[in-house]
Every structure is written in C-alpha cells, then in structure tokens.
Design a protein around this ligand. Structure first.
Ligand SMILES: [Zn+2]
Length: 385
C-alpha cells in the first residue's frame, strides 16, 4: 500500500501547529500569528467559551459560495485542527486553491471547545456535550456558534471530529481511518434535498480519496440524534458532512487521518467551487461500508488463565498528566473470554495470563501476560523492559 506521510502538497512548509494529541489553545499561537499577518485572511471573534477563552473564526475568499467548518467541538479530538492548519497554509500558497478565491468563502472555527481541550476531555467546562446542545443551546460555545452561523449563512457545513479506535471499515479488520456521515433530519431518515446533496458530496470526496488508503473508509449509521448538531443543521436546510478521523495501525498521532482530512477538505472546496458534486450518484454513498465497532487495540488469543484458555482484549486510554502537560497511555481490560467476533489492531497468540483480584476493567492494573513477548502492567501502565 502506497501512502504519503506528508501533510500538504507544499513540503517546504513547516506545520504551524505542534503534532500533539493533547492540543490546547496555547498551541495555536503560531497559527494565529500566521493568519493574522496575511492579508488574505480575516480573523473575527465570535464569542467566548464558558471559561472566557476566545472563540475565533478565520475567513478566506470572496466568492458567493459559503463553506463553514469547525474542529474540536469535542476537546479531545484534535486531528482536524492539525489538518485545517495544513489547509490554511495552502490556501495562500497553493495556486490551485488560490484560484478558488473568487468562487468560495471559507469560515473556519478551530477548537470550538477550548475549555475541553485544556482538560483533554470531550465535554465543555460545564460538562455539556456540545454535539448534543444544538436544540437547547445552553452552552456559551454553541450560542456563539449559532450567532455566527446565522450571520454567515453557509451553503455547506463540515463538522470535523475524531472517532475511537474500535471502529472498523464495515465488518473488515481495517481501521476506519476516515469515516463520513450525512446526518438524518428525522426518525424516518428521509432523504430530503439537503441530505441528498450531502450524500453526493461525501460520495464525491470518497471517490477522490479511496485509492490512497483503500478499504479504510467508513460510514456512520444514519440513526437520527434529535439533539445533535448535524441533524439540526439538516433541519435548518444546511447540507452538512461529518468527518471522523480514525486510527491506523502504528499511527498514534493519526498522521494518515490528518492527511485524509486535509485532502478531503481540499477536495470539498474544489467540489463546492465547481459544483462537480452534482454529477455524483447519491446511491454511491451507501456503498461506503457502514462502520462496525469490531476492533480493539490489543487482543491476546488463547491465553492460559487458571484452568481455562481464553482471549483477552485491552484498550489503550489516553490519560492527561496535568503536571507534565502530556498524555500517558493506560491499559484497561475491554473483555475476556471467547472474543472470536473481535479483531485486534495488534494481536498476540498463546501464553499465560496472571492478574490480581476479581475481573473488572482495572483488574489488569497489576498483572502480567507472558505471550510472544512479556507484558507487565503496574497501575495499568505497561512497564517497558
Ligand atoms: Zn467528536
């Protein structure tokens, strides 16, 4: 499989944002400086987070077709913020993109939930899931979001997230490295105009990207979530596309998902500018395999545990260490027993399992697995040998 690890077409450019999973507002300073110093961008404040952090929108382009994208409405989902930083650099250096300036106007809100990002958590400072606040609009962040949305009146919206490692592309063993959704506006999952065109847009983007990481694209279930943002944008008649950046084996920093996000957005700008999405059959959307939650970070097969032979699945958790400002990887037991229905992103075969106390998710906190290699855990952290 061929896949470039570069993040933009312009390899001479250094990323404006540090490559971090725990990406906080302070890490965007170089990006604000770059955008603030370039005459082709405008930055406006759209309000403040619950804890008073500035929420800003970056505007580019003078065209009549308006595209609105936002990242990190879940604070611990940074991949699209990195991808958008790559895109911002290219908007003022890549001639192909610069040529779109008279056709489109792009509005980007990076890190809609900076308080959550500060804590490396999904929710905002009050514990509200911003992606379930589209109807009540009680959070400061979603109030600011809708004030801007109503003034900007986008014809297209891109809702950019990260997904958990458990998602496979269909029933395959492949990680869904990028997933899509054209949300539903009602329980019946009707395909009204705004949903149909969103499906066409996704199918068009998928066609452009599929060859670069074949079999690693997924589609979310179109179940209706009455309080979710995308579902409510559809109700307002705004076509919108969800991107969910996902895992790839050995790619902890999600570089592949970052590149797919970047390229997907770049394609989207072209497709909106040229209306080329209109030529794509919306039925192709349903041919993208629907995600299944069949993957686990680590699976040990056929382990001896007491008198039993069984499988063990572990998941990695990213735990923020406030003192160091860095994430630490802690392991927890996901399941134990016959796990033949699951796939491990990494798998080991045979060996002996030992842990202290009764089974629970922390049972492995102090334990040992002697398999193809030895794993020793202390307080849930893997001890390096
Ligand atoms: Zn999310």
């Amino acid at each position: 499989m061929q896949f470039s690890t570069q993040n933009s077409n312009n390899t001479s450019l250094k990323s404006l944002v540090p490559e971090r999973r725990w990406l906080r507002l302070e890490h965007l300073n170089d990006l604000w400086a770059f955008v603030g110093n370039h005459e082709d961008f405008q930055i406006e404040s759209i309000g403040h987070s619950e804890e008073g952090r500035d929420l800003k929108v970056i505007l580019w382009g003078k065209g009549p077709k308006r595209i609105f994208a936002w990242t990190q409405m879940h604070g611990n989902e940074p991949t699209a913020t990195l991808a958008c930083a790559d895109l911002l650099q290219d908007l003022v250096s890549d001639p192909e993109l610069m040529a779109l300036e008279s056709k489109i106007e792009v509005a980007l809100v990076l890190m809609l939930n900076p308080d959550g990002a500060e804590r490396f958590q999904r929710r905002n400072a009050l514990g509200i899931d911003l992606n379930r606040d589209a109807v009540a609009r009680c959070s400061a962040e979603i109030k600011a979001y809708f004030n801007f949305l109503e003034a900007f009146k986008p014809q297209w919206a891109f809702n950019l997230h990260d997904q958990r490692n458990i998602f496979s592309a269909g029933a395959s063993e492949h990680c869904a490295t990028l997933s899509f959704l054209a949300p539903s506006a009602d329980e019946e999952r009707s395909i009204r105009l705004e949903r149909k065109v969103s499906m066409q847009m996704i199918a068009a983007i998928h066609q452009k990207l599929e060859d670069s990481l074949s079999g690693h694209f997924g589609r979310y279930s179109d179940e209706f979530y009455p309080r979710a943002l995308g579902d409510n944008l559809m109700k307002l008649g705004i076509p919108n596309v969800l991107f969910e950046a996902g895992h790839f084996p050995g790619d902890r920093f999600r570089r592949k998902a970052r590149e797919l996000n970047y390229r997907g957005l770049k394609e989207a700008l072209h497709l909106v500018a040229t209306d080329a999405w209109e030529l794509v059959d919306p039925a192709l959307y349903h041919l993208i395999p629907e995600n299944k939650s069949h993957l686990r970070d680590l699976i040990f097969r056929d382990l001896q545990f007491g008198n039993c032979r069984l499988d063990l699945a572990l998941m990695e958790q990213e735990v923020p260490n406030k003192e160091s400002g860095e994430l630490e990887i802690k392991f927890r037991i996901d399941d134990i027993g016959d796990l033949s229905h699951l796939h491990g992103i990494q798998e080991y075969k045979g060996g002996i399992l030992a842990f202290e106390g009764d089974f629970n998710q922390d049972a492995l906190a102090n334990g040992r697995i002697q398999s193809e290699r030895e794993f020793v855990f202390k307080h849930g952290y893997l001890q390096e040998h």
